[in-house]
Ligand binder design. Structure first.
Ligand code: ADP
Length: 492
């Protein structure tokens, strides 16, 4: 099958979040399964700086907008990528410093509507055949609102490839004004509730939802949740109307990067079968030292970790309120790594001052510390209010650091709560709470602390967690099934 993935980010070229990880791993997993997979990204300045000698395949004009644009299609040649990576080069729109979506002063780039409309039109153009290559994709898999207009533009082309549109986080929808819609020169008939109009504006996410042959999101539970008002961001009606066109496919993780057996950031490598207890103890000691706790590993003092964006979605406020109770009533220590809202950053730093030697906080981004927390902690906290898929709970499982999670989205789909029956049948991998309250979080942590004292049960849970199937093969196979279904619906 010939598959073109279109997205605004892909590790290692450009990444601002989980989307970049998925767009890195999924095409590689599809390639492994024997398919001809290619990836197209905007030629951001950081991307151009990270690829060697891109060559120009061709160019075309995009007319009909307030400003017309010349689009240059580049192909990157390096790292044995072959025909793998294409870049949409429009210097006026993408060749600028920093973040793909926001100016360094924190506001959205004012021409975002124009930038991602041009990108989407260029991707649709690629479906007519690459200049000098005669390569026609069977399916174009688009990711998030930045590519939402791709299926819309393709609906105007005949013949056309099948389209799959994946929503990574409904909270970001690419919503622009009616004036933007007019300036972009989009077909007037699209300005309707059946198409791209959404509460008086243009929604690029909605364009993807209504025009794609199939719509997916990144976990089965999130696919159900977004059909309800509590999670739907006002899109729940549209999503419900998609019926079986909408489904959830769980993300995998990159098992080569997140592998405690080979991870070069760790003080000691270990696996479920080799050196697990000793390996984790060494990594715990390393982390305690790095945190400046001046403590030796004590089997009665569990270490808890949190990594992530310090925003309400991640339930960081619940951790801030719960931590003092834990410090006062138990022997728990804690490490927090993240950045986000300044108010949360300040509150956490204050907490670390109030509990020296108990709480270590690192405000910022650190790949190295993230790996060391996953390896060195006993318990990982992830009380997200919503979580489309989530990666950290999966890294935690793989590193034998038992996650405490809220029953939502991908957290619900990846962690099996330790209850009498799941412990007995050896399927338990963590601790799940069902209500979004501090009490429910505390109760789940208490259950973890009790089991932590029963070392043979704890060992069994860690073992099961570490052997959970978390790679990309399963997800890639599910996407392939969906590509085939969408191709069949186009052929009809
Ligand atoms: P989201 O995409 O909502 O931020 P995910 O759990 O899906 O959450 O993915 C976040 C990714 O970013 C993970 O790989 C996580 O480890 C990483 N990450 C988040 N914050 C930090 C940080 N401060 N330092 C290192 N890695 C981080």
């Amino acid at each position: 099958m010939k598959i073109l993935l279109a997205a605004s980010e892909a590790f290692p070229f450009i990444k601002t979040g989980g989307l970049g990880d998925v767009v890195h791993s999924l095409p590689l997993a599809l390639k492994q399964l024997g398919h001809d997979v290619r990836l197209v990204l905007p030629a951001y300045r950081d991307v151009l700086a990270g690829v060697e000698s891109p060559t120009e395949l061709g160019s075309w004009m995009i007319p009909g907008m307030k400003r017309s644009h010349k689009v240059i299609l580049l192909q990157a040649h390096q790292n044995g990528l072959g025909d793998y990576l294409y870049l949409i080069h429009v210097p006026a729109l993408f060749d600028r410093p920093g973040n793909p979506y926001v100016h360094e002063e924190g506001y959205d780039w004012p021409d975002n509507a124009e930038r991602f409309t041009v990108f989407s039109r260029a991707v649709a153009e690629m479906a007519r055949g690459l200049p000098g290559k005669k390569w026609l994709p069977d399916v174009i898999h688009c990711h998030d609102w930045q590519t939402g207009l791709v299926p819309a533009f393709l609906s105007l082309q005949q013949p056309r490839p099948a389209t799959v549109f994946t929503i990574h986080n409904l909270a970001y929808d690419g919503h622009f004004s009616q004036q933007n819609f007019i300036d972009l020169g989009l077909p007037a008939s699209w300005w309707s509730v059946e198409y791209v109009e959404f509460y008086g504006g243009l929604s690029m996410l909605k364009a993807g939802m209504v025009f794609a042959d199939r719509v997916t999101t990144v976990s089965p539970t999130y696919a159900k949740e977004i059909c309800t008002p509590a999670f739907g961001y006002r899109y729940e009606g549209i999503l419900r109307s998609l019926g079986t066109k909408l489904s959830g496919i769980l993300n995998g993780i990159d098992l080569t990067i997140w592998n405690p057996e080979t991870d070069t950031y760790l003080a000691k490598n270990y696996s479920a079968k080799k050196q697990c207890t000793a390996g984790k103890a060494k990594n715990k000691q390393f982390l305690l030292n790095r945190a400046g706790f001046n403590k030796t590993v004590d089997k009665t003092a569990p270490l808890m970790g949190f990594i992530g964006r310090l925003v309400e979605q991640k339930g960081i406020d619940m951790i801030i309120r719960t931590a003092p109770v834990l410090f006062e009533t138990s022997n728990v220590n804690m490490v927090i790594l993240g950045s986000g809202h300044m108010a949360y950053e300040a509150e956490i730093q204050q907490l670390a001052e109030d509990y020296p030697g108990r709480l270590y906080v690192h405000i910022g981004y650190s790949e190295e510390l993230a790996h060391q927390i996953e390896a060195g902690c006993d318990i990982f906290l992830m009380p997200s209010r919503f979580e489309p898929c989530g990666l950290n709970q999966m890294y935690s499982l793989r590193y034998g650091t038992l996650p405490v999670v809220h029953h939502t989205g991908g957290l619900a789909d990846t962690v099996t709560d330790a209850q009498i029956d799941t412990i007995k049948n050896k399927t338990a991998t963590g601790f799940v709470f069902y209500h979004e309250t501090d009490e429910a979080l505390r109760e789940a942590i208490q259950r973890a602390l009790v089991l932590y004292t029963q070392s043979s049960v704890w060992k069994q849970l860690c073992h099961t967690a570490m052997l959970s199937p978390l790679g990309w093969e399963r997800s890639a196979a599910e996407y392939l099934k969906l590509y085939r279904l969408s191709m069949a619906s186009v052929a009809k």
